[in-house]
Design a protein around this ligand. Structure first.
Ligand SMILES: C[S@@+](CC[C@H](N)C(=O)[O-])C[C@H]1O[C@@H](n2cnc3c(N)ncnc32)[C@H](O)[C@@H]1O
Length: 279
């Protein structure tokens, strides 16, 4: 038996609960994914049937977390969407330098929301290390609701296939070749602080200058997307930048964010104080 069959009622119960807990929306189309994951969880937690398991997750937050972890897609890679990283290097970082140039101790705060196994925040950390002037401090927070992914992220050990997108000079400079893969060096690893966070709730973060939330809200429905985007707005600083995934957009959403078109990618901006002169 590779899967279990949920009745329509059971499917509705589980998909509603998952949605309430995380914003992740299971449609009929990905019903079989839910069924496969539930089969695995039933087996591991030795539950006789889906409704007993349903009662278990309602009563037990830890098992709820494990279920949420198991239904997420954690696919990621280093320097995913090169256009966005070019925009970061060529437009966003120069702009941040210009905004902060009068400060003697400039601090740039970054949040990678839905960071999966760490490739995204580590890519950002390498670019900032290379491109920001030495007097600039950074604080990079990377969060996810997948504890499994966060543990891998914290190890910072990546096999040959995983480091494929890393530019050669960065690979030489910031990774140590070991048996079976590459260990990210401490100077980059220590720049990123990982944290468990469910985007369904307020993060408590504030004054974020760069927010990456890529390939995460694609799994949410409209209402959950709007709620997350509004919370992002509140946690960001004036003149800050928001990076969404390639196939995600704020188009059609009522939001205060402005489209920010660069030659390499479309980003979003929270503009309060002054308008940028970039395209
Ligand atoms: C496809 S990965 C994207 C990783 C990375 N941002 C990238 O673009 O390569 C999506 C991540 O979002 C996380 N995620 C999904 N729903 C979430 C939620 N409600 N709160 C926090 N993280 C969530 C998943 O656990 C997964 O690691």
């Amino acid at each position: 038996m590779n899967t279990i069959s949920l009745s329509d009622k059971e499917f509705e119960l589980f998909s509603n609960l998952i949605y309430e807990q995380s914003g992740i929306h299971f449609s009929e189309m990905n019903r079989s994914i839910l069924e496969t994951r539930l089969r695995e969880r039933l087996k591991v937690s030795s539950q006789p049937d889906v409704m007993t398991y349903y009662r278990l997750i309602q009563a037990n937050q830890d098992e709820m977390k494990v279920l949420l972890d198991s239904v997420t897609t954690n696919l990621t890679k280093f320097f995913r969407n090169t256009g966005q990283f070019q925009a970061l290097e060529n437009v966003v970082i120069p702009e941040l330098i210009s905004i902060n140039k009068s400060s003697s101790t400039p601090l740039i705060r970054i949040w990678s929301a839905g960071c999966s196994t760490g490739e995204e925040p580590y890519s950002i950390a390498m670019v900032l290390k290379e491109k920001l002037p030495a007097n600039f401090q950074t604080e990079i927070v990377a969060s996810d609701l997948s504890l499994k992914s966060l543990m891998i992220a914290q190890e910072a050990f990546f096999n040959e296939a995983k480091v494929e997108g890393v530019p050669h000079e960065y690979l030489l400079k910031y990774f140590e070749k070991k048996q079976g893969g590459y260990q990210l060096r401490e100077e980059i690893k220590n720049m990123v602080k990982f944290d468990y966070h469910n985007l369904k709730y307020d993060s408590g973060l504030s004054n974020i200058d760069l927010l990456f939330c890529r390939n995460v809200i694609i799994y949410f429905d409209d209402a959950a997307q709007r709620a997350v985007i509004n919370r992002f707005w509140d946690s960001m600083s004036a003149n800050s930048f928001l990076f969404l995934g390639h196939s995600e957009s704020l188009f059609g959403m009522e939001t205060q964010f402005e489209f920010f078109k660069t030659d390499w990618a479309v980003l979003y901006r929270k503009l309060l104080l002054k308008r940028s002169h970039h395209k």
